[in-house]
Design a binder for this molecule. Structure first.
Ligand SMILES: [Zn+2]
Ligand SMILES: [Zn+2]
Length: 321
C-alpha cells in the first residue's frame, strides 16, 4: 500500500498520488474520467484528499478542521465580546451610531468583515435606546454564531468545507493545478504553472491509444507516444484537422493550439511503465470504449511486475518534483 501522508507541494506530487490511487482502485471508468476530463477529475481528487485531511480525528474525538477552526473561532468571539464590553464603558454620552462605529473599529482587527456583519445583531428589530439590553443581545448572538459553526465543523462532511469563505479544496486546486491545457493528441496535461510563458509541454505523453487513436485499416489502438510518432513519418487525422491527414511531426501546422505545444520528437520516449501496465490491465475495455481492437500489446508490457509500476510512479513524479 502507498503511504496516505503526502505533501502536495507541487503538481507532480499531487499527480503521483492520483496515479497511485487509480492504480490501487483498478477501475477503468475512473481512468476514462481522468483521461477525458483531467481537470475535473483532479479537482474531485483534491476535494477528497482535503476532506480526508480536514476530517481526520486528531484529538479527543475532534476532527482536524473542527479543532483548528474552533480555536480560531473561540479567540475571535472572545475578542469581539471584549469589544462590546469595552464599548459599554463609554455608552453614557454617545449616540448609537458612534457606538456602532467604535465597535466596528475595534472588531476590524479581529475578523475581516464588512458592515453587513451588523445583520448578526438583528439591527432592524432593535430599538436601540437601551444599550445594556442591546449589548446583551449582541453577546448572545455572537455565542450563537460560535455554537452553530462548531456544529457545522463537527459534522465532518464536505458541506462544512463548502460553508467556508476560503474553500481549501478550491484554493489548493487553483494553486497546484497550474496550466490545465492538454496535449491536442494524447490529452496529457501541461506540466507548467498557470499563465506560464512559452509553449505547453509535458515530461511524458500517453500512448495514443489512450485517446482512441488507431490504425484505420486494422483498427488496432496505437501503442506509441506522441514523442515517438513525432519522430517518424506516420500521419493522423481527427476532428481538429477536419479529417485532413497531417504527419505527426507536422502537428504544429494544424492550428494555433497545436502550435502552442512543444512535443519533443524522440523515439526512445515510449509509453511509461505505468501506462503500459494500464493498457495491459484494460486492453479489452479500451478496445470496446474506442470501438477498436487491442491485440498487439508488446510482450514486454505483459510481463510488467506491479511493484515496478509502483516504483515508477515515485521515480517519474516525486523525484522530479
Ligand atoms: Zn501527447
Ligand atoms: Zn501549459
Amino acid at each position: 500500500m502507498f503511504s496516505s501522508h503526502v505533501t502536495y507541494s507541487s503538481k507532480l506530487t499531487l499527480y503521483a498520488k492520483v496515479m497511485e490511487d487509480l492504480f490501487e482502485k483498478r477501475d477503468f471508468g475512473m481512468y476514462i474520467r481522468f483521461i477525458n476530463d483531467t481537470n475535473t477529475a483532479m479537482e474531485s481528487w483534491i476535494k477528497m484528499y482535503v476532506s480526508d485531511y480536514c476530517f481526520e480525528i486528531v484529538e479527543s474525538g475532534k476532527n482536524r478542521l473542527e479543532k483548528q477552526a474552533n480555536e480560531i473561532l473561540e479567540d475571535s468571539i472572545e475578542a469581539l465580546i471584549k469589544c462590546v464590553k469595552k464599548n459599554s464603558l463609554s455608552t453614557k454620552d454617545i449616540s448609537f451610531q458612534v457606538w456602532l462605529q467604535n465597535f466596528y473599529n475595534c472588531a476590524q482587527g479581529i475578523v475581516p468583515f464588512s458592515e453587513t456583519v451588523f445583520d448578526l445583531f438583528d439591527m432592524k428589530e432593535v430599538e436601540v435606546t437601551d444599550f445594556i439590553q442591546f449589548e446583551k443581545k449582541v453577546i448572545k448572538n455572537l455565542e450563537e454564531v460560535q455554537k452553530s459553526h462548531e456544529r457545522i465543523f463537527r459534522t465532518g462532511n464536505l458541506e462544512s468545507l463548502n460553508s467556508l469563505v476560503e474553500k481549501p479544496h478550491i484554493s489548493l486546486a487553483k494553486n497546484i493545478l497550474g496550466c490545465t491545457k492538454r496535449c491536442p493528441l494524447c490529452y496529457v496535461t501541461c506540466i507548467k504553472t498557470s499563465d506560464h510563458p512559452g509553449e505547453h509541454s509535458a515530461p511524458y505523453h500517453y500512448p495514443l491509444g489512450v485517446a482512441g487513436y488507431h490504425d484505420e485499416k486494422t483498427k488496432e489502438l496505437m501503442m506509441e507516444t506522441c514523442n515517438v510518432l513525432c519522430a517518424g513519418e506516420l500521419s493522423f487525422r481527427n476532428y481538429d484537422t477536419y479529417h485532413k491527414w497531417y504527419k505527426y511531426k507536422d502537428y504544429r501546422s494544424v492550428d494555433e493550439y497545436y502550435k502552442s505545444w512543444n512535443i519533443a520528437p524522440n523515439t526512445s520516449l515510449e509509453a511509461s511503465l505505468y501506462w503500459q501496465w494500464v493498457f495491459c490491465q484494460f486492453y479489452k475495455e479500451f478496445a470496446e470504449y474506442h470501438m477498436a481492437k487491442c491485440n498487439k500489446i508488446p510482450l514486454k508490457w505483459k510481463n510488467i511486475v506491479e511493484e515496478d509500476v509502483k516504483n515508477s510512479i515515485k521515480i517519474k513524479f516525486n523525484d522530479s518534483s
